[in-house]
Design a protein around this ligand. Structure first.
Ligand code: SF4
Length: 197
């Protein structure tokens, strides 16, 4: 008998572990939402819009939250009643609804606890850096296969120059900031992101 015969395949065990971590993160997020008097969808949309100072479309917020447009619209109406978000007509398409966060909404989003903080707290700095690289790689792969809505991560940004200084501590370069970047600087949701062609 050896472990190859009695062990579930690697990808299955990874999936089990990731599913459990995701469940913990989701639960922590729901607790934070409840404490703030929001539903999980309202909380998702509030933070999505708060990270887009120029405003966000309702359809994009719905895609981000993984809900139908009608569900997102109900959530936005609730956020509006709580004076956290305001609606306006999109300047580029008068029929589209765009959203901005109010000053109070920004405050709530800023104070939001990171739901993965207790999970990654068990890793040291080098392990967190390595994990960030893997997370970015997985997001890129999902995006290439169109299994995830476009994410504002460095590896899909037109300002990103990947591995232009191989073998150094800062192999990448951000042309927007005009500065070299290390792996630990990679962003997953950057407000300055512009999708590469
Ligand atoms: S603008 Fe933002 S997303 Fe783009 S490369 Fe620079 S840091 Fe990364």
């Amino acid at each position: 008998m050896n472990f190859d015969q009695i062990t579930e395949p690697l990808d299955r065990r990874l999936a089990d572990g990731l599913t459990r971590l995701a469940a913990v993160a989701r639960q922590l997020d729901w607790q934070a939402a409840e404490a703030a008097g929001l539903s999980p969808t309202q909380a998702d949309i509030l933070r999505f819009v708060a990270n887009r100072p120029a405003g966000a479309r309702l359809t994009d917020a719905a895609a981000h939250a993984g809900v139908r447009k009608a569900t997102a619209s109900d959530a936005v109406s609730a956020l509006e009643r709580k004076a956290l978000v305001r609606k306006y007509a999109d300047a580029t398409d008068g029929r589209a609804v765009a959203l901005k966060v109010t000053a109070r909404g920004h405050q709530v989003a800023r104070d939001w606890p990171s739901n993965f903080a207790p999970i990654v707290a068990g890793l040291n700095q080098a392990e967190q850096e390595a994990l960030l690289g893997l997370v970015v790689k997985m997001i890129r792969h999902l995006q290439q296969r169109r299994l995830i809505a476009p994410q504002r991560t460095c590896v899909t940004c037109r300002h990103f120059r990947e591995n232009v200084a191989p073998g150094t501590g800062t192999p990448h370069f951000c042309a927007f900031v005009g500065a070299p970047m290390a792996e630990l600087h990679l962003r997953v949701d950057c407000a300055e992101h512009e999708l590469a062609a």
